[in-house]
Write a protein that binds this ligand. Structure first.
Ligand SMILES: *Cc1c(COP(=O)(O)O)cnc(C)c1O
Length: 302
């Protein structure tokens, strides 16, 4: 088999388990809390972080079919899918939210997708929302000439992906009391929580506003495992106004964390989670002696 054989994931060979590193940070230490970084950003140079965990099981079953998936103009999931499909020799179509983007110069994220061979198809927001409806999806697949495609949802969070993320909980095992991660669709949290041993818990920090994620994570777990699994909760106070929104405080926190620990801090997700962990520690949310694992789900682009 060669690395480009679609049944063979050799070209996606990961570094697993991802490294678990202790950081010494006086702000946590002073309050008796240990901080570990679960470096999922180091799993693969191009298919980064939780995107590897979610895509690998899906692409292993794609055979030689085209992969169609969905995302916004700066989607980490679209970039990861494009890179993975290039490495595996699969053709792929990215359905991008925002008809107004068509015919304009591509932003650097979409440019990377295109350079990796992803065909980009722009749709208006109403159509984008309706692609969960089979008729709309069918028409879309015909329009991109990919009727027998493997269709992965936005963010890649289907049942296969959620089951793939269970291994993250298994790797963390008894190393930490609380595993924290930033959530978009909630798929990674759904899998991680299911993979943790009894007595350990997962804490999700949503980066979107709206408070809809508890129901969504439950729904994803029921679809993947037949029921709600593991101990998990969400804290909705740290999205800083919504997806890709930031505050001067969050920016300076992220810059300072990079300087202190030499970790490149991805701003859309990872910065909000780390900031939340510090705020919660300072609020006294974790008793002395608690070990936290912060899951570094990605790294900055470019
Ligand atoms: C996609 C992504 C997430 C969110 O993962 P979900 O499974 O959608 O919740 C978190 N962090 C980073 C860096 C991501 O790229």
């Amino acid at each position: 088999m060669t690395g480009t054989d679609p049944h063979d994931l050799t070209a996606l060979r990961p570094r697993l388990p991802s490294p678990l590193q202790e950081v010494v940070d006086g702000r946590f230490e002073r309050l008796g809390v240990r901080l570990l970084l679960k470096r999922d950003d180091l799993i693969h140079p191009e298919v980064v972080g939780n995107k590897w965990r979610k895509l690998a099981p899906n692409l292993a079953m794609a055979a030689d079919r085209t992969v169609v998936t969905f995302g916004g103009a700066y989607s980490n999931h679209l970039r990861a899918t494009a890179a993975a499909c290039r490495l595996l020799g699969l053709s792929t179509v990215g359905v991008v939210r925002g008809q107004e983007l068509a015919g304009r110069p591509l932003n650097p994220s979409l440019e990377r997708c295109a350079a990796d061979g992803m065909r980009l198809h722009f749709v208006d927001r109403t159509t984008y929302r309706r692609t969960s409806d089979p008729e709309t999806l069918g028409a879309l697949l015909r329009a991109v000439d990919a009727e027998d495609a493997v269709v992965l949802p936005e963010g890649g969070s289907n049942a296969e992906a959620v089951r793939g993320c269970r291994a993250l909980g298994g790797e963390l095992g008894e190393h930490a009391d609380v595993a924290a991660l930033a959530c978009g669709t909630g798929g990674t949290l759904a899998g991680l929580a299911a993979g943790l041993p009894p007595g350990r818990r997962a804490l999700g920090i949503p980066v979107l506003r709206g408070g809809f994620l508890t129901d969504e994570v439950r729904r994803l777990q029921i679809r993947a495992f037949g029921g709600v699994r593991g101990a998990w909760s969400l804290d909705d106070r740290f999205h800083c106004g919504g997806y890709a929104r930031t505050t001067p405080e969050l920016d300076s926190f992220a810059e300072d964390f990079e300087r202190r620990h030499g970790l490149p801090v991805e701003r859309i997700y990872v910065a909000k989670m780390l900031h939340a962990l510090l705020a919660l520690t300072q609020e006294g949310a974790f008793p002395r002696g608690t070990t936290l694992a912060a899951v570094i789900t990605g790294r900055p682009f470019p």
